[in-house]
Design a protein around this ligand. Structure first.
Ligand code: HEM
Length: 199
């Protein structure tokens, strides 16, 4: 297995290694489900905040690994969503944070984690329409996170793919792929703990 994957471009390896995790999460998240109501949506955004907040705090302390790094923080959008959805600052401050985060101990691992959180903005483009249609919640009243990059979604994804291609190095790609798998695993475990996923 290792021999077969060694020479593949890192993006191909990432897609193969995380495809099943993506499918599992997509199937278990309730965005598309009949039972999704405003209350469950608020709990989902709270759970996303509980993961992204500590993760982005760690990322902010690392040297910027990309010219677009400063544009990519999503916690400000999540905070605006929580406020728009009716939470007070005190209630937001009391939300729990995930402590089992993916390890970002090398730039290669950071890239693997970024693959997952940047890729999630693509799914957001589907989900923002679903949330608008089902719950009437739009970017300016509680769903900014789902459209966090707006019209820059495509360009920022392409810029990320350029970063990824530039860093493609068979000596380090195992770390990139391992971190991406770990990020999916940690996120799913956290959402499970927050009881926002289907069984
Ligand atoms: C119900 C929830 C979700 C839906 C409907 C969804 C849907 C999508 C869609 C439509 C794409 C673009 C595929 C393409 O253009 O080829 C995508 C890509 C991606 N999504 Fe999701 N997604 C969801 C949740 C997530 C979550 C929670 C994460 C990670 C935290 C995630 C990570 C990714 C990644 C990494 C990619 C990029 C795949 C690639 O092109 O290499 N997605 N998703």
């Amino acid at each position: 297995m290792l021999v077969a994957t060694h020479g593949q471009p890192v993006l191909q390896r990432l897609r193969e290694a995380t495809g099943q995790s993506h499918k599992s999460l997509e199937d278990r998240l309730p965005f598309m489900r009949a039972e999704l109501d405003r209350g469950l949506y608020v709990r989902l955004i709270q759970a996303y905040y509980g993961f992204y907040q500590p993760l982005e705090r760690v990322i902010a302390e690392l040297p910027a690994d990309s010219p677009t790094a400063h544009q990519r923080f999503k916690v400000p959008a999540l905070l605006r969503d929580l406020t728009a959805l009716g939470m007070s600052q005190a209630q937001i401050d009391a939300l729990p944070f995930c402590v089992e985060l993916p390890s970002l101990r090398s730039p290669h691992r950071l890239l693997g984690t970024r693959y997952v959180i940047e890729g999630a903005t693509l799914g957001g483009q589907v989900l923002r329409r679903v949330i608008k249609d089902k719950l009437g919640i739009e970017a300016d009243c509680g769903a900014e996170f789902l459209d966090v990059y707006g019209r820059s979604t495509g360009p920022l994804w392409k810029a990320f793919l350029t970063d990824l291609a530039q860093a493609d190095d068979p000596a380090h790609n195992d770390q990139v792929v391992d971190a991406a798998c770990e990020t999916f695993r940690c996120f799913e475990q956290w959402l499970d703990k927050a009881q926002v996923l289907s069984a």
